[in-house]
Design a protein around this ligand. Structure first.
Ligand SMILES: CC(C)(COP(=O)([O-])OP(=O)([O-])OC[C@H]1O[C@@H](n2cnc3c(N)ncnc32)[C@H](O)[C@@H]1OP(=O)([O-])[O-])[C@@H](O)C(=O)NCCC(=O)NCCSC(=O)C[C@@](C)(O)CC(=O)[O-]
Length: 305
């Protein structure tokens, strides 16, 4: 592990995945109006990137079925990227019809998770992405890439960083402008996170990598900090810590956006996001869902108010 001191970045971009990763696993129906309100609250709070939904099979992830309607109704703010997940060409075409300007493809570093999540092997998933990348290039649409299970798999256990690097490299070489490394089940620790970015960073410039940490084992903020030390400047997070993965039993939500923002604010790192507005957005959606707020910062603020 390279432990040489690295200057922390002055600016970090948060990719808000709450409306997609956060809500995709909710069992109760959530109205289009509530999703739209959440997304509009998030952009108003200063988030520059919001993952709005997915164009996946409604049989697999029913909660994302209304993504086209959500796209049609959000108030698109200038300078904000509104993205969607597309697992194949069918999803990409549906996203284009809905007016989506940026998409994400998602692969896994573990074969078993790939089968459970998208019903194909890693190699087959990468083949499916080729026509998506071609269509995206032809239409001037940017594509972000995800790799799941980068620090552990619910079915296979340990995942070697070299295995993650191989999948990430494929995504990058096929044209993903950024690859987000997902600790899907939140088992990663700070040391493993640093090693992961050191290994993947040999093939892909670090300013083309992002960290995506779930907080199942309470390690997500430590892993964000470890990633900052490795020169990573983009993090996926979910307002109020919403979420969990339908194909990773027991996985909790992403690290709460409010808590990451508190960390970054404390380090003097600029994000352009207003913490109070973000807290209000999280409280509002939690009231709609009737669930506890997963942000420690919000809970602490509430307790001291
Ligand atoms: C990938 C498939 C579609 C393969 O599913 P499949 O069953 O192998 O696909 P298929 O091509 O055989 O098609 C089966 C049916 O699905 C339809 N279909 C086919 N494609 C689409 C589409 N795009 N949109 C809508 N419908 C679609 C297709 O038309 C057909 O419909 P039928 O004839 O049975 O009525 C399926 O497995 C799927 O939708 N999986 C979704 C998985 C998902 O969304 N997981 C959560 C997101 S990933 C994640 O959360 C991790 C991440 C990114 O956050 C990072 C991390 O934390 O690790």
């Amino acid at each position: 592990m390279n432990t040489t001191a690295i200057a922390l970045p002055q600016h970090v971009r948060l990719v808000e995945v709450g409306p997609r990763d956060g809500l995709q696993n909710e069992k109760q129906p959530i109205s289009v109006a509530d999703k739209v309100r959440l997304i509009d609250d998030l952009s108003a709070a200063g988030l520059e990137y919001v993952e709005v939904g997915s164009f996946v099979s409604p049989k697999w992830v029913p909660q994302m079925a209304g993504s086209a309607e959500v796209f049609a109704q959000i108030r698109q703010k200038a300078g904000v990227t509104y993205a969607a997940l597309t697992p194949n060409l069918k999803g990409f075409e549906a996203a284009m019809l809905a007016g989506v300007k940026e998409v994400a493809v998602f692969a896994a570093a573990s074969e078993a998770f790939s089968q459970k999540n998208i019903n194909c092997s890693i190699a087959e998933s990468l083949e499916r992405f080729v026509p998506v990348m071609e269509a995206a290039r032809a239409q001037g649409v940017r594509v972000r890439g995800y790799v799941s299970c980068v620090l552990g798999c619910p079915y296979e256990g340990e995942v070697a960083p070299q295995q993650v690097a191989a999948v990430a490299r494929e995504l990058f070489e096929m044209g993903c402008y950024e690859v987000s490394l997902g600790d899907t089940i939140g088992t990663g620790t700070a040391g493993k996170t640093r090693t992961l970015f050191e290994v993947v960073g040999r093939d892909i410039p670090r300013d083309k990598l992002a960290g995506h940490f779930h907080d199942t084992y309470g390690q997500a903020l430590a892993n964000v900090y470890a990633s900052l030390l490795e020169g990573i400047q983009v993090f996926d997070s979910s307002v109020a810590g919403l979420g969990g993965c339908p194909y990773a039993k027991g996985a909790s939500g992403n690290v709460a956006s409010e808590d990451v923002l508190y960390l970054l604010d404390g380090l003097g790192i600029h994000t352009g996001i207003d913490l109070d507005a973000l807290i209000a957005a999280g409280e509002r959606i939690c009231a709609v869902l009737g669930r506890d707020n997963g942000s420690r910062v919000t809970r602490a603020r509430r307790a001291s108010a």
